[in-house]
Structure formats: structure tokens, C-alpha cells
Design a binder for this molecule. Structure first.
Ligand code: RNT
Ligand code: ZN
Length: 429
């Protein structure tokens, strides 16, 4: 096979299949045209760090970054600077239906030929990103970078017992919130600023409480400045364990749950940050019972790695279903977090984002009212039977229609674009 994709008149074929799918969904009371409209409003935050193996532009660390974050593989064509990274993200966005956001880390600052320390960063160091996002009409999310830095070498940043180290990171955290708020204001789209720190240790730690109390106070300082929520939305991300912090992580789930609820910031649930059999899907409705919003890092944990490329599997689908069933697409901020350097990096972005969008589409196509009706009537056999039937409805035809309407390749045809881009651009790097 020379090229991927449907042979012949693609739009004619997609529209024909869509007409049938429309009838099928209609028989369950679902209007697919309305769902396609709703899909247009879904924004996924595309993480820039998939494009360069979480290396950043500081030139302190090439390829591998500390803090238990490690991209494995050496597929050719890694983006080496802002222009290359933006070019690659643009390519990915051409192959992903809908309008989305870009998720930046502080280490993607562009500071010319001078190194700017993390506690000295300003919004001007991100002006290229902001101008670019403006020209595309997309929003930006942000993250302070608490890893891959000499001040993080001890394994402790905001929870460090050394005041000087702690204050360095507090200042970094404060500056990043200011930068994020300015980005949000400039773009007119709220900027989600997510705090994740690597703090923890490999083996039995005695002063567990002390580090947590220090972290609590340090975070209070980071969050002391109040910003307009139309510009900045704060989040804190928990983790169970990391590479090199297997026994103790200061920012555990319980720690951040309590923090988020008492400080009125969002908690960020990363799908790869829990026990392998623990799903974040069921946590969504629990958190929404107490907090008005939350942030998700959609990822795929595999054994000890929390960051494999997202695919359309039961877990990803369950997350989308929970948001749909809680009617919370306006309360749940969806970001992606994975990095794979062993395959074409743009392929990784496109696979993961398309999979996340497919799971959202499937969840929106669910006749939730019907399921609820059976549940309410106590007919749990019907509820189960319907759920089984729904699994084989022709959502693929609706997905293809969504791609067609949004001018992105249908089916696997996007792989032809990747091949061409690899030949013309990536192989020359
Ligand atoms: C690490 C966290 C965090 C990072 C990014 C790069 O375990 O998941 O979100 O992956 O900030
Ligand atoms: Zn994450």
C-alpha cells in the first residue's frame, strides 16, 4: 500500500456513512449534528514537551531531565528550539480536529543568548509563544519548572529544609503565576498554571510530616498574590511515586486534595500518578462534589511509567464518560501529559490527542438520559444491555465526519502527512 486513507471520493463516502450513523444514534434519542457542534467547543491542552523529550531551551540538560521525568528513545528529528517546536506543533494541529490550547513549561522560555535564571523569568521571555498563539487564535497554559535544575538536585524544591533553596523556588513559582496571568490577559483566554514538584525520596524518610508542613507554607507564599480568574487558574498536581522517589513523595494525593479544597485552587489528577489499578475516572465526581473545577493530565501509565502516549482504551473512555455524566465539560480542564521519544514525536501528539477527542466524542454520543431512565426505574438489566449495545454503535462514522468538517485527514490518511513532514523537515535536523 502506497498511501493510507479512503480510496475515491472521501467526502461522499464519509457523508454517506454519517447519514446511516445519524439514524442509528437517532434511534437512541441522540442527535449527532448537535454533538458535532458541541465537539467544536472542546479544548484540549497540548503539552509542548512531547516535541523535545522534556528538554527545554535552557541547554542545561539535553534529552534527559531530572526529577524522575525521563523520555526514553532517540527517534530522529527532536525539536531543538522554539521555532522548530512551534513548527512541529503546527503540523500536529493540522492533523487534529478542533481548536485547542498549548501547554508550556517555564523551561521553554526564549531568552536569546543569555541564560535567565528561573527566579528572574518574565513574561517577555515568552513573547514569541504569545505572539504565535495570538496569530493562531489559541490559548496557552503554563507550568513552573521545578525539575532539571541544580537547585533541585537534592530531590527537594518547595519542601526543602534549606531556606535559600526554598526561597529560590518560591520566587520561581510566584513569577510563573504572574507570567501565566499576563499570558491569560493578553490572549483573552484563562491560563491554567499547574504546579508539579518532584519532591520526595528514594527510601524510608523519617521527616515526612515536616516536609509536608514546609510545602504547605511554601505553597501559601506562592499563591499569596491574587489574580483575576479570567486570566489565571491555579492547579496543584499530586503523585504517588516517581523514579528516584519511590518511597516518599511530599505532594501526595491526600496532601494536595486537602490543599486544593482549603485554598480553593484546582487539583490536577494525572492518570499515571496512582496505583496501576486505580482509575482517576471515579475521582472526578468526588472532587466536583466539593470543588468547582479540576484539571486532568490525561496520560497512560504502564507499570512504573506514568507517561505513555494516550490511546482510546477503557480508562481514557471512562474519564470522558464521567465528565459527560457529570455534565462538567465546562468545569474540567483537559490537558495531555505524555512523552515518547521512541516514535515520531508528532505522531505521538496526534495519536494521543485524537484518542482523547475520540473518547470525548463517544461519551457525548452516549444516550445518558436513557441509561438514567432505566437506572431510575430499577431496570438494571436494561442499563447493562444498553451499555453493551452502545459499544458497537458506528461512532467511527461520526468521528470521520468530525474530521472532514474540520478539514483534517480522515482515518489513517494523516500518516501520509507525517511521512512527508519527516522527509522534508525532521530528517534534515
Ligand atoms: C510529572 C508530572 C508533570 C510533568 C510535566 C512535564 O510526573 O506528570 O505533569 O509530566 O509537568
Ligand atoms: Zn502530569
Amino acid at each position: 500500500m502506497d498511501k493510507y486513507g479512503l480510496i475515491g471520493n472521501v467526502s461522499e463516502k464519509v457523508n454517506k456513512a454519517y447519514e446511516y450513523a445519524k439514524d442509528v444514534y437517532n434511534s437512541y434519542g441522540v442527535n449527532t449534528d448537535e454533538i458535532l457542534e458541541k465537539m467544536k467547543s472542546i479544548r484540549i491542552s497540548l503539552h509542548c514537551w512531547q516535541g523535545d523529550d522534556v528538554a527545554g531551551f535552557e541547554k542545561l540538560s539535553e534529552g534527559v531531565s531530572g526529577g524522575g521525568i525521563m523520555a526514553t528513545g532517540n527517534y530522529p528529528g527532536r525539536a531543538r528550539n522554539g521555532d522548530e517546536l512551534r513548527q512541529d506543533i503546527e503540523k500536529a494541529m493540522e492533523l487534529i480536529p478542533g481548536k485547542h490550547k498549548i501547554n508550556l513549561h517555564a523551561m521553554y522560555a526564549e531568552t536569546g543568548n543569555t541564560y535567565v535564571e528561573r527566579d528572574k523569568l518574565e513574561v517577555s521571555h515568552f513573547s514569541k509563544w504569545v505572539d504565535w498563539a495570538k496569530s493562531k487564535g489559541i490559548g496557552i497554559d503554563f507550568n513552573p519548572t521545578f525539575f532539571a535544575h541544580k537547585m533541585a538536585d537534592s530531590g527537594f524544591t518547595l519542601s526543602n529544609k534549606d531556606k535559600a533553596i526554598r526561597e529560590f523556588w518560591i520566587e520561581h513559582g510566584k513569577r510563573c503565576r504572574k507570567i501565566a496571568a499576563e499570558i491569560g490577559k493578553e490572549l483573552g483566554i484563562p491560563c491554567v498554571n499547574n504546579v508539579w514538584i518532584p519532591d520526595g525520596s528514594k527510601d524510608f524518610t523519617v521527616s515526612r510530616l515536616e516536609h509536608r508542613l514546609i510545602l504547605k507554607d511554601a505553597l501559601d507564599e506562592v499563591f499569596s498574590e491574587k489574580y483575576d480568574r479570567n486570566y489565571l487558574l491555579d492547579a496543584v498536581e499530586s503523585k504517588l511515586f516517581g523514579i528516584g522517589s519511590e518511597t516518599y513523595v511530599v505532594g501526595s494525593h491526600e496532601f494536595y486534595m486537602s490543599y486544593a479544597l482549603t485554598r480553593d485552587v484546582m487539583i490536577c489528577l494525572d492518570a499515571g500518578h496512582f496505583h496501576p489499578t486505580e482509575s482517576i475516572a471515579d475521582k472526578i465526581s468526588s472532587i466536583l462534589s466539593f470543588n468547582k473545577s479540576l484539571l486532568l493530565h490525561v496520560s497512560r501509565g504502564v507499570r512504573w511509567d506514568s507517561d505513555h502516549v494516550v490511546v482510546l482504551n477503557d480508562e481514557t473512555l471512562a474519564i470522558a464518560q464521567e465528565i459527560k455524566r457529570s455534565n462538567a465539560f465546562d468545569k474540567v480542564y483537559i490537558a495531555l501529559d505524555f512523552f515518547d521519544a521512541s516514535i515520531n514525536r508528532i505522531t505521538a501528539w496526534v495519536v494521543g490527542t485524537r484518542a482523547a477527542l475520540k473518547s470525548i466524542l463517544i461519551s457525548l454520543l452516549e444516550p445518558t438520559e436513557l441509561l438514567l431512565k432505566e437506572e431510575l426505574a430499577g431496570n438494571l438489566g436494561n442499563r447493562l444491555a444498553l451499555m453493551e449495545e452502545l459499544k458497537t454503535l458506528p461512532f467511527g462514522a461520526v468521528w470521520d465526519k468530525f474530521c472532514l468538517d474540520n478539514n483534517v485527514p480522515v482515518g489513517a490518511a494523516w500518516l501520509n502527512d507525517i511521512k512527508e513532514y519527516e522527509e522534508k523537515v525532521l530528517s534534515k535536523r
